[in-house]
Design a protein around this ligand. Structure first.
Ligand SMILES: [Cu+2]
Length: 161
């Protein structure tokens, strides 16, 4: 009971802080209300529709608040962000070998992902957060990747907005 009351009070304070810094937020019409956050699964695989050492799917779209979960379907992979291909203000993060990696996305834009052991073999993925236009899309397209990574990433970037 007490905890619930405290929780409500904190929620109230948070809402107040948001409205104080972003006046437009409270005026958003009901249909613009955020949908429930979802979890999007990306498999890390030795073989997929696009060839060997691949994220499946390699290009995903998410909404702010969603979680993109990279799962180690095949062994000896990891998922981590490509530091030069992230929206401004987003810190690089990294999953361990053979571990699921949850990328919780809050900032709109494109997020480059790689598997460290197979980066040079083209094991990359791209996450677009929000409906675009992505503020960092042009910058992401200008990043130089190893040739096989570049080939797949270029195709994903062509789908992104
Ligand atoms: Cu890999």
């Amino acid at each position: 009971m007490t905890a619930a009351v405290v929780g409500m009070a904190m929620l109230g304070a948070g809402a107040l802080a948001v409205s104080a810094t972003a006046p437009g937020f409270a005026k958003a019409p009901p249909k613009a209300a955020k949908t429930a956050p979802k979890t999007i699964i990306v498999e890390m695989k030795d073989m997929g529709p696009e060839g060997a050492m691949v994220f499946v799917p390699g290009f995903v779209k998410a909404n702010p608040g969603d979680t993109v979960r990279f799962v180690p379907t095949s062994p000896a992979h990891n998922a981590e962000t490509i530091a030069t291909m992230l929206p401004a203000g987003v810190a690089p993060t990294k999953g361990g070998m053979n571990k699921a990696f949850d990328l919780v996305v809050t900032t709109p834009g494109v997020y480059g992902i790689k598997c460290l052991p197979h980066y040079s073999m083209g094991m990359v993925a791209l996450v677009q957060v929000g409906n675009g236009p992505s503020a960092n899309l042009a910058a992401a397209k200008a990043v130089k990747l190893p040739p096989f990574a570049n080939k797949r990433m270029s195709a994903y970037l062509a789908k992104a907005q």
